[in-house]
Design a protein around this ligand. Structure first.
Ligand SMILES: NC(=O)c1ccc[n+]([C@@H]2O[C@H](COP(=O)([O-])OP(=O)(O)OC[C@H]3O[C@@H](n4cnc5c(N)ncnc54)[C@H](OP(=O)(O)O)[C@@H]3O)[C@@H](O)[C@H]2O)c1
Length: 285
């Protein structure tokens, strides 16, 4: 049996869907914190189980009989290490034979503050002795959807990444990669640096958005502090604004760039382009 945590989240849902392409539904376990959010998963025929990263007792039953597990990193930044520790311990107790973990691109050398919890989680997994695969995902292209609305209204994309290149890819491509790893053989010990084929700067993001929308959009670069303060003025919590602004300056140092094409190789097709993702998004809003 193959289990996916965070299955009610955006990435987890896509991984479950991708698995259902090749794995019978009764061999897929969708682990969610809140089963009331997962009627669609239940309807798909997968085994729906409740599991909260912060409640170890729920994880023991959620992982019963599971051979391969995808631990989708928690969205609760700052609490993730303790939460992931609970899942890793429960996986060990349950006799899981392979744990895949969604980490961050070049976690061990990343200048991004976000990488700290991922590096520590990778170490916990190594120390557990469980056979592992690290899926070190770069940025999601979808991270820019919130900026699209602002850009179409103001004609501006804001950021602090300078000329930094983002090898971003769509969630669906990262999900396809996770499914390929979970259904593939000889995966133990592999570390994948997963990134989109075509990296872009934020100026190129603005130009692509202008092209796709037919509106004028330009990139405006700020210092990390100026950008963080702007995000706070837009209503983001201070801590989250810091993480976003610091990720941009991390990207300016190359932290979200990778040119090796491992994602495309794993999913056996070119990764979905920025243009295609923006076009699909614009036609859905
Ligand atoms: N690479 C990137 O650009 C990028 C961007 C954003 C996030 N991320 C990371 O990638 C992960 C997946 O991304 P996403 O877009 O799918 O995020 P998402 O839609 O926010 O999904 C996060 C999932 O984690 C679950 N979760 C959070 N706390 C939990 C807990 N205590 N116990 C059990 N489940 C818990 C959520 O459950 P609920 O549905 O119950 O809330 C949700 O299913 C994120 O959690 C984050 O670590 C990466």
């Amino acid at each position: 049996m193959i289990a996916v945590t965070g299955a009610s989240g955006q990435l987890g849902r896509l991984v479950v869907q991708a698995l259902l392409g090749t794995v019978p539904a009764n061999q897929v376990v969708a682990i969610v914190r809140d089963v009331s959010k997962a009627d669609d998963l239940r309807a798909s025929g997968v085994q729906l189980r409740q599991g909260d990263y912060s409640q170890p007792e729920t994880l023991a039953s959620a992982l019963q009989g599971v051979k391969k597990l995808l631990l989708v990193s928690s969205s609760e930044v700052g609490q993730r290490l303790e939460q992931h520790k609970n899942v890793i311990q429960a996986a060990k107790n349950a006799g899981v034979e392979l744990i895949a973990y969604t980490s961050i691109l070049h976690a061990d050398t990343s200048p991004l503050a976000l990488a700290t919890e991922h590096v520590a989680t990778e170490q916990l997994i190594r120390d557990s002795g469980l056979p592992f695969v690290f899926l070190r995902n770069s940025w999601y292209i979808e991270n820019y959807f919130s900026a699209v609305g602002t850009a179409l209204e103001t004609g501006k994309v804001f950021g602090a990444a300078g000329e930094g290149k983002f090898s971003a890819a769509s969630r669906a491509d990262y999900a396809a990669a996770a499914a390929a790893v979970l259904t593939g053989s000889d995966q133990a010990g592999k570390i994948y640096e997963l990134a989109g084929d075509q990296a872009f700067t934020l100026a190129e993001l603005a130009a692509t958005l202008a092209d796709v929308s037919g509106k004028s959009v330009a990139y405006v670069n700020f210092s990390e502090t100026e950008y963080k303060d702007m995000l706070v003025s837009f209503g983001l919590p201070e801590g989250f604004a810091y993480v976003l602004a610091q990720s941009d300056t991390g990207a300016a140092q190359g932290g979200l760039y990778d040119g090796d094409g491992q994602l495309g190789k794993l999913i056996q097709r070119p990764t979905t382009t920025l243009r295609a993702v923006l076009q699909a998004h614009l036609s859905s809003i």
